[in-house]
Design a protein around this ligand. Structure first.
Ligand code: NDP
Length: 322
C-alpha cells in the first residue's frame, strides 16, 4: 500500500510518500481502506520529536473508511461497514489496522471526510466540556483559537449547553467564522485581552479558560479567569508553557490548572462509545456544523502540515488517498 512515513524528526519535509507493507489484521482487529484521514496538531508535535516517537513510522491516528477484512475474534464489525476511529497509529495510509472495539460506525447522514477529520477534535471538545471541566448553564468560558478545528466545534457544543462564549482569533476572516459558530464575543490576542474579558464579565473573569495555544496565551488565560475558576491547558500550538510557580494560582483567585489529553477520556471503550455517539448524533442531527477547511491528497501531507503550523487553516484538515 502507499503511505506517508516520517523518516526522521524535523520539519514537514521529513514526510515521505512511498510504499510500505500492507497491514495484516491481528485477532480483534479490522483492516480499513481509508477514504479520509484526519490531520491533527499532535501529528506535528510527534513529527518534530516534541512528543516521543521513533522514526521511521507512519504518522496519523484518525480516519474513516470501509472495512475490507476482519481478524479472528471480531464479531461486531463486518466487511463493507463504514467506520471511523481516533486512536489507530499509522493512519496516513491507504490501509489501516484498527482495533474492532475502537472502530465507530459512521451514521448515514455523516460524510466520510467529516467523520475522518472531526472525530478527534469533536471528542476533545466533548471531554473539555464534560470531563476536564464542567461549566454550567450561564457560565462564561474563554476559548482560544476560536476558528480552529477544536475551537469551532467547542464553541458550538458550548452554546448548545447554554454557555456564554468569548473566543480569540488572529484575523477578520477567522472572526467571521467564530461568530458564525455562535461565539458571543470574538477578541484578538494581546496584552489587553484579559482586561477586555474582565469588562465583558463585570470584572469577574471567566469560569473556564480553554487554552490550546499555550506559550503565547497562558498568561492572559490566567489573568482572564474568575476566582475559583479553571484553566484547561489542552495544547501548545504556539509552543509549550514555560515552567510555572504553582503559588501564583493563590493570589490569582484560588485557580486550578489542568493539562488533559484525550486518551485518558476515551481509554474505556464504553466512554469512547458514549462520547463518539453524542458527537456523531449532534453532527448527524444538524446541531453542529463541521467545517472541513482544507483538503489535500495523501501524497501532499507535507502541505497540510505547513498550513496547520503556519496558522493558515480553519476548521479541520483532511487527507484523501488516491
Ligand atoms: P487548530 O485548527 O486550532 O490550529 C491551531 C490554531 O492555533 C491556529 O489556527 C491559530 O489560530 C492558533 N495559534 C495561535 N498561535 C499559533 C502559533 N504560534 N502557531 C500555530 N497556531 C497558532 O488546531 P487543532 O484544532 O488541531 O488543535 C487545537 C489545539 O488543541 C492544539 O494545541 C492541539 O494540540 C490541541 N489538542 C489537544 C488535545 C488534547 O486532548 N489535549 C486533542 C486535540 C487537540 P489563530 O490564527 O486564530 O490564532
Amino acid at each position: 500500500m502507499r503511505a506517508i512515513q516520517v523518516i526522521r524528526h524535523g520539519g514537514p519535509d521529513v514526510l515521505d510518500f512511498g510504499t510500505v507493507d500492507d497491514p495484516i489484521p491481528a485477532p480483534g482487529e479490522v483492516i480499513v481502506r481509508t477514504t479520509a484521514i484526519g490531520v491533527n496538531f499532535i501529528d506535528t508535535y510527534l513529527r518534530r520529536g516534541l512528543y516521543p516517537s521513533v522514526p521511521p513510522y507512519v504518522p496519523g491516528s484518525e480516519g474513516a473508511g470501509e472495512v475490507i477484512s476482519v481478524g479472528a475474534d471480531v464479531t461486531d464489525v463486518s466487511v463493507g461497514q463504514r467506520v471511523c476511529w481516533v486512536d489507530a497509529p499509522g493512519s496516513y495510509a491507504e490501509l489501516v489496522a484498527v482495533p474492532a472495539a475502537r472502530a465507530v460506525p459512521i451514521p448515514d447522514e455523516v460524510a466520510d471526510d467529516i467523520a475522518g477529520s472531526a472525530m478527534l477534535r469533536g471528542l476533545t471538545a466533548h471531554y473539555l466540556l464534560d470531563g476536564s471541566a464542567h461549566p454550567g448553564v450561564g457560565d462564561t468560558v474563554l476559548i482560544h483559537a476560536g476558528a480552529g478545528g477544536v475551537g469551532l466545534i467547542l464553541t458550538q457544543l458550548a452554546k448548545l449547553r447554554g454557555l456564554r462564549v468569548i473566543t480569540t482569533v488572529s484575523s477578520d476572516d477567522k472572526e467571521e467564522l467564530s461568530t458564525a459558530a455562535g461565539a458571543d464575543h470574538v477578541l484578538r490576542y494581546g496584552d489587553a485581552l484579559a482586561e477586555e474579558v474582565r469588562s465583558l464579565t463585570d470584572g469577574r473573569g471567566v469560569a473556564v479558560a480553554y487554552d490550546g495555544v499555550g506559550a503565547d496565551t497562558f498568561e492572559q488565560s490566567l489573568a482572564s479567569t474568575a476566582v475559583r475558576g479553571i484553566i484547561v491547558l489542552f495544547g501548545a500550538a504556539s509552543g509549550p508553557v514555560p515552567p510555572f510557580d504553582l503559588q501564583r494560582l493563590n493570589p490569582a483567585g484560588s485557580l486550578s490548572v489542568t493539562r488533559p489529553t484525550l486518551g485518558h477520556f476515551i481509554a474505556d471503550t464504553e466512554e469512547l462509545r458514549w462520547r463518539a455517539g453524542a458527537f456523531l448524533d449532534a453532527v448527524a442531527g444538524g446541531d453542529i456544523d463541521i467545517r472541513v477547511g482544507q483538503r489535500n491528497r495523501l501524497a501532499d501531507a507535507a502541505e497540510a502540515h505547513i498550513a496547520l503550523e503556519s496558522r493558515a487553516t480553519t476548521g479541520t484538515t483532511v487527507l484523501i488517498p488516491g
